[in-house]
Design a protein around this ligand. Structure first.
Ligand code: C5P
Length: 668
C-alpha cells in the first residue's frame, strides 16, 4: 500500500480538529486504573497505542469501554488490590504501554505476568525500568536478550524507599515508576541516576498525577518525592478532559509555512501538559510562521503573505531535545527550506519506533542535496527548488516509513507543496499512522479541499469599525479578492454631486443611472468599480462633501437596486481573475447581497473608539449621523444579519481582529 500526497493548489486555508493526545490519554488510563472508581476520559485518542493500553488494563481486571463515536473512554477499576494476579500482555510497539503496564503489574504481590510485543519493541530500551523493579523485588525471565522483551515477571509489590532508576534511554521509564510509586509499601523517592531525555514528558506525568490526586514532586534535580496513595476510592466518579495532541498539531502548524496561508489549530490552547506545544514557538522564532490565540484555538499563519514560501530562516541550528517527537516534522520539511539547517538533540530518538535519525536521514537523502548524519544530529542541505523539480522530472519519490507513524505524517507535509507537475511524494505503508492518528490522511485531504473551496465572505458594520482594514488584510493573507462596496456608493454619490443632483431628486437620479456604464478594475487584491470606464480617485470619493451626502444617496432604493446585481456578480469576477474567494465589505452584504455567504461577520465598536479611529485618518466625517441614516433607512438598513458572527473590536487591536476574522473564515 502507498499513499500519494496530492499537492495543494494554492495557499492553505483550513481549520483542523486535532486528535486527543496519545501521551495524555495513556497516562490518564493508567492513573484511572490506579485511582480506582470510574473515570470518563473526554476527548480521548482512539488509536492503536491507546487500544493496546485499554486491552492491557482489561487484562489487569479493569472494565474499559471505548466509545469512539462519542470520543470518550470509560474506565472502572477496583484499584491495585483488585488487579488480576496473572495476565499475558501484548504491548505492540507502544512504548507507554510497555513501560507503564510493567510498572503497574509490579505493584501486585504474588503476580505472574508475561509480556510480548512487536518486533520493533523488542529492540527498545527496558532495562532501566526492569533493573529498578528487580531492586524492589520483582523477578524476570527473559525469552530473548536479557533486559528486553519478551519476558515474564513475578511481582511482589514495591517496597518503596529510594528507588534508583536509569532513565537515560527513555523518560517513559521514569514516568512508569513515578506513577506506580504512590502504591509502594513505604513512601518512595524515585532517584534518577544520571539524566533523562525529553524532560517535558516527566512534567506531564507529575502534572497528571496531581490531577488524579497523587502527590509527587521533584524535590531537587533528579529526586522525586512521591506521597503514599490513599486506599482506592471505588465509589469515585471523575470526568477528565484529554488535551488535543500537540505533536499531531506540528504537521499542520508546518503546513502554512510551506504553502502560505493559514491554519486554525482547534483547541490547541488546551495543550498545557505537553512539551511539544512549544514546537509552534520554534517555528515562530525561526521566522516561518506567526501565531495568534483565538479563543482556545491557535491561528498559525505563514510569516509572509506572498511567496516565496518558506522565507529565509532566522537561524540555521535547532535543538529538539525537549520536543524530539516534532523533529521529524521539521526535518522532513527542511527539504524545502531556502538554506541548510542543523537539527540537534535527537540521539535518543534512535531507540524509538525506529532509529529515527537514520530513518529521517535516509529518506531526506532522496529529496535533498546532502544530509550529514551524526550520532545526535542531522545537517540538511536542501536543493534549490528548480534543481529539485529537475531531479524529480515529473516522477514521484517513495518515502519509506519504517512502520513509524511520525515518518509517514512528517513527510506528507512537504508533499503538499506543488514542487513539480502533480504529486511528487508517496508514502509507503500509510496505515502506520494509526498508532496515534488513524484519521490523519482524511484530515489532510479535508484541509486540501477546504483550502481550495471558493468562499464568499461578508463583512458588515457601521462607519469606522475597521471593515476595510480587516477585509484587506484577510484577503491578502488568504489570496481572496477584496471588494469595498462603500466605495461603490461613494463613487455614485460623487458622480451625482458633480452633476448637481440632490438625494431627493429621484427622477434625476434615475436619469443619470440609466446613462452610466459600470465596470470593474482589478487592482492587486481589490476589485474597484469604474463608471464609464473611469476609476474615481480616493480624494474624490473620500472627502467631507461625499461623507455628508453618501448615506442619503445610499438610502435611495433606486441606487441600491442599481448596484445589487453588479455586487452579486463579484464572485464570478473573483474566480475569473484567479482568486480563490471573495471578501466583500459593506452594510448589507450578509443581509441582502449574500445572505448565503460562507461566512458572515459583523464588526462593531463603541462610538468613542470609532470616532478616534476616523479622526486619525484626518477626514471630517460625522459617523454617528451616517450610522443613524444607514440604520433607519427602509431599504437594506444596516443590521447584524441573523446568524452572522458579531465581533466587538473596541478593545482589540488590528491583528486580533484579523485573527478572529480569519478563524471564522477558516472554519466556514
Ligand atoms: O464604508 P463606507 O463608510 O465607505 O460607506 C459609505 C456609505 O455607503 C455608508 O455610510 C452607507 O450609507 C453606504 N453603504 C451602504 N451599503 C453598503 C456599503 C456602503 O449603504 N453595502
Amino acid at each position: 500500500m502507498k499513499r500519494v500526497i496530492d499537492t495543494f493548489r494554492g495557499k492553505c486555508r483550513a481549520s483542523v480538529a486535532l486528535p486527543g493526545s496519545k501521551s495524555v490519554t495513556n497516562r490518564a488510563m493508567v492513573l484511572a486504573a490506579l485511582a480506582g472508581g470510574s473515570t470518563r476520559l473526554e476527548g480521548a485518542l482512539f488509536s492503536r497505542d491507546t487500544k493496546i493500553m485499554a486491552d492491557c488494563l482489561q487484562k489487569l481486571g479493569c472494565a474499559v469501554v471505548l466509545c469512539e463515536a462519542e470520543g470518550y473512554v470509560e474506565i472502572r477499576s477496583g484499584g491495585v488490590e483488585k488487579f488480576a494476579r496473572s495476565a499475558d500482555f501484548f504491548v505492540g510497539n507502544a512504548g507507554t504501554a510497555a513501560r507503564f503496564v510493567t510498572a503497574l503489574s509490579a505493584l501486585v504481590p504474588g503476580g505472574e505476568y508475561s509480556f510480548d510485543c512487536d518486533a520493533a519493541m523488542r529492540l527498545r530500551p527496558m532495562s532501566g525500568l526492569l533493573n529498578a523493579l528487580k531492586l524492589q523485588g520483582a523477578k524476570f525471565d527473559f525469552f530473548g536478550e536479557d533486559g528486553f522483551f519478551p519476558f515474564s515477571m513475578r511481582s511482589c509489590g514495591l517496597r518503596g524507599g529510594d528507588i534508583e532508576v536509569d532513565a537515560s534511554a527513555s523518560s517513559q521509564i521514569l514516568s512508569a515508576l513515578l506513577m506506580a510509586a504512590p502504591f509502594a509499601e513505604s513512601p518512595a523517592r524515585v532517584v534518577l541516576g544520571g539524566e533523562t531525555v525529553s524532560r517535558p514528558f516527566v512534567g506531564m506525568t507529575l502534572g497528571q498525577m496531581g490531577q488524579f490526586g497523587f502527590s509527587a514532586r521533584e524535590a531537587r534535580s533528579g529526586v522525586f518525592e512521591v506521597g503514599k496513595a490513599q486506599c482506592a476510592d471505588s465509589g469515585a466518579a471523575r470526568v477528565y478532559e484529554i488535551e488535543p495532541d500537540a505533536t499531531a498539531a506540528s504537521y499542520f502548524a508546518m503546513l502554512p509555512a510551506l504553502t502560505g496561508g493559514a491554519v486554525l489549530l482547534e483547541r490547541f490552547g488546551r495543550c498545557v501538559l505537553q512539551g511539544d506545544a512549544k514546537f509552534v514557538k520554534l517555528l515562530e522564532c525561526a521566522g516561518l510562521v506567526k501565531t495568534c490565540k483565538v479563543g482556545d484555538s491557535l491561528l498559525v499563519e505563514s510569516a509572509r503573505a506572498e511567496p516565496p514560501f518558506p522565507p529565509e530562516l532566522t537561524s540555521s541550528e535547532y535543538d529538539f531535545n525537549d520536543i524530539s517527537d516534532t523533529f521529524l516534522t521539521f526535518a522532513a520539511s527542511s527539504a524545502l527550506f531556502p538554506s541548510s539547517v542543523e537539527i540537534r538533540g535527537i540521539g535518543h530518538t534512535r531507540a524509538q519506533e525506529t532509529d529515527r535519525v537514520a530513518a529521517v536521514a535516509a529518506q531526506l537523502a532522496k529529496i535533498v542535496a546532502r544530509v550529514d548524519e551524526k550520532s545526535d544530529s542531522i545537517g540538511v542541505f536542501p536543493m534549490e527548488r528548480r534543481a529539485l523539480r529537475d531531479a524529480l522530472s515529473g516522477g514521484r519519490v517513495e518515502i519509506s516509513t519504517y512502520d513509524d507513524h511520525r515518518m509517514a505524517m512528517a513527510f506528507s507535509i512537504p508533499g503538499c507543496v506543488p514542487v513539480s507537475e502533480g504529486a511528487w511524494i508517496e508514502i509507503e505503508n500509510p496505515g502506520c499512522v494509526s498508532k496515534t492518528w488513524p484519521g490523519f490522511f482524511e484530515v489532510l485531504d479535508r484541509a486540501r479541499a477546504d483550502s481550495e473551496k471558493f468562499r464568499v465572505v461578508a463583512v458588515d458594520g457601521g462607519a469606522a469599525v475597521g471593515k476595510s482594514t480587516v477585509s484587506r488584510v484577510c484577503s491578502q493573507k488568504l489570496g481572496y479578492m477584496h471588494v469595498d462596496t462603500g466605495a461603490h456608493y461613494r463613487t455614485l454619490s460623487f458622480g451625482l454631486l458633480e452633476s448637481g443632483i440632490s438625494p431627493d431628486d429621484i427622477s434625476a437620479i434615475e436619469g443619470m443611472l440609466s446613462r452610466i456604464q459600470i465596470g470593474t478594475l482589478v487592482d492587486g487584491q481589490s476589485a474597484k468599480m469604474t463608471v464609464n470606464g473611469v476609476l474615481a480617485r480616493d480624494d474624490q470619493i473620500r472627502n467631507k462633501r461625499v461623507n455628508e451626502a453618501v448615506a442619503k444617496f445610499a438610502a435611495v432604493p433606486q441606487v441600491r437596486n442599481f448596484l445589487k446585481n453588479y455586487q452579486r456578480s463579484m464572485p464570478s469576477v473573483a474566480a475569473e481573475n484567479g482568486f480563490s474567494g471573495l471578501i466583500m465589505e459593506g452594510r448589507d452584504i450578509g443581509s441582502v447581497i449574500f445572505p448565503d455567504a460562507n461566512a458572515r461577520i459583523f464588526l462593531d465598536a463603541d462610538e468613542a473608539t470609532r470616532q478616534a479611529r476616523r479622526a486619525k485618518e484626518g477626514i471630517s466625517d460625522s459617523i454617528s449621523k451616517r450610522d443613524a441614516l444607514d440604520k433607519s433607512r427602509k431599504s437594506a438598513p444596516l443590521v447584524c444579519a441573523e446568524g452572522a458572527e458579531r465581533i466587538d473590536t473596541t478593545n482589540m487591536d488590528k491583528d486580533e481582529v484579523a485573527a478572529k476574522t480569519l478563524s471564522i473564515i477558516l472554519k466556514s
